[in-house]
Ligand binder design. Sequence first.
Ligand code: PXP
Length: 237
Amino acid sequence: MKLGINVDHIATLRQARGGVEPDPVAAAILADQSGADSIVCHLREDRRHIQDRDLELIRKVIHSRLNMEMAATQEMIEKALLIQPEICTIVPEKREERTTESGLDVLAHSAKLKDAIETLNSSGIEVSLFIDPDLAVIKESARIGAQAVELHTGSYAETKDEASREIALDDLAGAAIAAEKMGLFVAAGHGLNYHNTMDVTTIAEIKELNIGHSVISRAAFVGLTKAVEDMRYLIDR
Ligand code: PXP
């Protein structure tokens, strides 16, 4: 199973101070060198975390695949054509949301999405649609020519008890099986962490997981002791 690492959260930390560190480009290099199969970054319309410069540099420095997450707007399509990621994951985008809260409404926007897919494909860029595990949406994604779908695992991740977790996992499995039968590459992501990811790996049809927040959060803790020791050393010297 492939692992995509989302480095937006490093950019969020940088933007909180408006400075230059931590740099998501450095994070992308480290993730790339540590076994990630792809680097995911979301260039949002409001540029709240990843900046144009980040995406341009990440494109140049990584050896794994670049997965550019974006809304299907004219501005972002033009940007993708310039950057040339291997794959674009199209997500819905609302200014007021904290993170991508739901899957794309492919049924309501199919004509616009079909055009975006055709434009990106004609430049050699594959397209994945970030969707809820819903059969009608999967069918429409295949019909309009997407190469892949990324199943939104948010509902699964947010379940509070074992019974609802099993139901959500079954929904993901059913959706993954259907999507694969329709010829789509199946990825999944959102809210996956060190407790809930292993169960998702039991779904053989899911071929890639895209994970950000939990990995970056853990990185802060597994690296904190060393970071404090380094500062202690500087001060004591
Ligand atoms: N996949 C998509 C399409 C996303 O929008 C996000 C969140 O940026 C992720 C995966 C990763 O989610 P998380 O940060 O919760 O691991």
